[in-house]
Design a protein around this ligand. Structure first.
Ligand code: NAD
Length: 429
């Protein structure tokens, strides 16, 4: 029997929902003003080229059938194939996926990759599904969007609640449909299937490379700095560990169940063990429990929001005490908060730069998959570091030149690049 749409949704965890695409267009417009961009180009770049929504059935373990809704949006294919993650979350909506796709276009341009932006998502709380159900959902969603993706067309990757196993199922499903192995169709695959050394850690690692550069410009010694991380998943947990590796004291981390705070520093290895055992960082002994909103206002020098959107806004931006905010997550800061941070001299490293390490190493993985020729971890990390450092220098000098914040500066460089592609290619037919 078919039951109602997407019933595997946990009603308790619903993110606040401003229209994220409006936020993305607002940010775009600020940079378009700096570039004096003409109306026709603004219109073209502030729309997504392709939007696909699929409603598809999944057979559950008890024999029932549920219908889920998924999206794949491609913002701009001018620079090359489109690229962007797939997320499984109960709050996924089409406007959110549109915003994330647009940000991907700018992100790829900030770090100079030959890609346009895309994003995908399924509205589901994956924690309520078994592995078998998740595999069924992933394979059917992949099949339904398969005509729109491909190694030279649009290349998905992991995002919130998806991982190397999800990418393996996508790669296999796509390969079964085309009749040959196509490892270049996704990145973030397991190593054995053509994944790249260093991909799993790349977003957190790139974020920390960005923080290192930012710290130099404000004379912040990271070895005596305190770090707070919101979100202890792929990006947040790796960033926390690498910050600790630089000598920084990681005083607080959190996940969807809440946060923990220890002014003297957290034992991250013990926090991982606790999370593996209990499913959450909350309740960790030797630290105080804090809410996710309290966590953002804790005393620290470096704040890494690495969970979801809309966390920093007009209501809490004045209370944030960090000197550097590095957006591990996509879209954690609302435009009003951007303005407040800029006025207060807080150095905010925007998502389209700070978390670009993930797509950068995804690009490396794609190159390796297309050539069937793996690189070493040292090669991957060294190239990533060079790209993050050079991109910081470029974004920072644009910010200084135009007297704008780092987000607008990153957008100015990125939009300029995509405008170049668009002008040179012309309008078809
Ligand atoms: P993940 O699923 O591995 O981790 C997400 C973490 O956030 C989990 O610890 C989860 O419990 C926590 N979380 C969820 N809701 C929360 C809430 N309301 N408050 C606090 N914590 C909450 O996902 P990820 O891959 O680490 O992605 C995190 C962010 O980074 C997302 O915005 C994603 O788009 C962005 N990002 C990820 C990558 C990547 O390579 N994985 C690349 C670029 C950007």
């Amino acid at each position: 029997m078919v039951s109602s749409v997407a019933t595997a949704i946990d009603p308790e965890i619903q993110a606040p929902a401003p229209d994220l695409f409006e936020v993305a267009v607002q940010q775009f417009s600020l940079a378009a003003d700096v570039l004096n961009l003409e109306d026709s180009m603004r219109q073209l770049l502030s729309h997504c080229q392709r939007e696909l929504t699929v409603n598809f059935p999944v057979e559950m373990d008890d024999g029932s059938v549920q219908v889920f809704t998924g999206h794949r949006v491609q913002h701009n294919s001018g620079p090359g194939p489109t690229k962007g993650g797939i997320r499984y979350h109960q709050s996924v909506t089409l406007p959110e996926v549109r915003a994330l796709a647009m940000w991907m276009t700018w992100k790829c341009a900030v770090v100079g990759l030959p890609y346009g932006g895309a994003k995908g998502g399924v509205t589901v709380n994956p924690k309520l599904l078994s592995q078998g159900e998740l595999q069924n959902l992933t394979r059917r969603y992949t099949s339904d969007i398969s005509f729109a993706i491909g190694p030279n067309q649009d290349i998905p990757a992991p995002d919130v609640n998806t991982n190397p196993q999800t990418m393996a199922w996508i790669m296999d499903t796509y390969s079964m449909n085309v009749g040959y192995s196509a490892p270049g169709v996704v990145t973030g695959k397991p190593l054995a299937l053509g994944g790249s050394e260093g991909r799993f850690e790349a977003t957190g690692r790139g974020c920390v490379y960005a923080i290192e550069e930012a710290a130099k410009t404000i004379d912040l010694d990271l070895s005596s700095a305190r770090t707070v991380v919101q979100g202890f998943g792929n990006v947040g947990a790796i960033a926390a560990e690498l910050m600790a590796g630089l000598g920084s004291t990681v005083v607080a981390v959190s996940d969807s169940s809440g946060g923990i705070y220890a002014p003297g520093g957290l034992d991250l290895r013990a926090v991982r063990v606790h999370k593996r055992r209990t499913g959450s960082v909350a309740g960790f002994r030797g630290a105080d429990d804090v809410t996710n909103s309290e966590l953002l206002e804790l005393p620290c020098e470096v704040l890494i929001p690495a969970a979801l959107e809309c966390q920093l806004h007009a209501g809490n931006a004045d209370a944030v005490r960090a000197r550097i905010i590095a957006e591990g997550a996509n879209g954690p800061t609302m435009p009003e908060a951007d303005a407040i941070f800029y006025d207060r001299g807080v150095l905010l490293l925007p998502d389209i730069f700070a978390n670009a390490g993930g797509v950068t190493v995804s690009y490396f993985e794609w190159v390796q998959s297309m050539q069937w020729y793996p690189w070493t971890l040292e090669e991957v990390n060294a190239r990533l570091q060079t790209i993050m450092h050079n991109s910081f220098t470029a974004v920072h000098s644009t910010a200084v030149e135009h007297r704008v914040n780092m987000r607008t500066a990153a957008l100015v460089g990125a939009i300029d690049r995509v405008v170049d592609f668009t002008r040179l290619r012309g309008i078809f037919p």
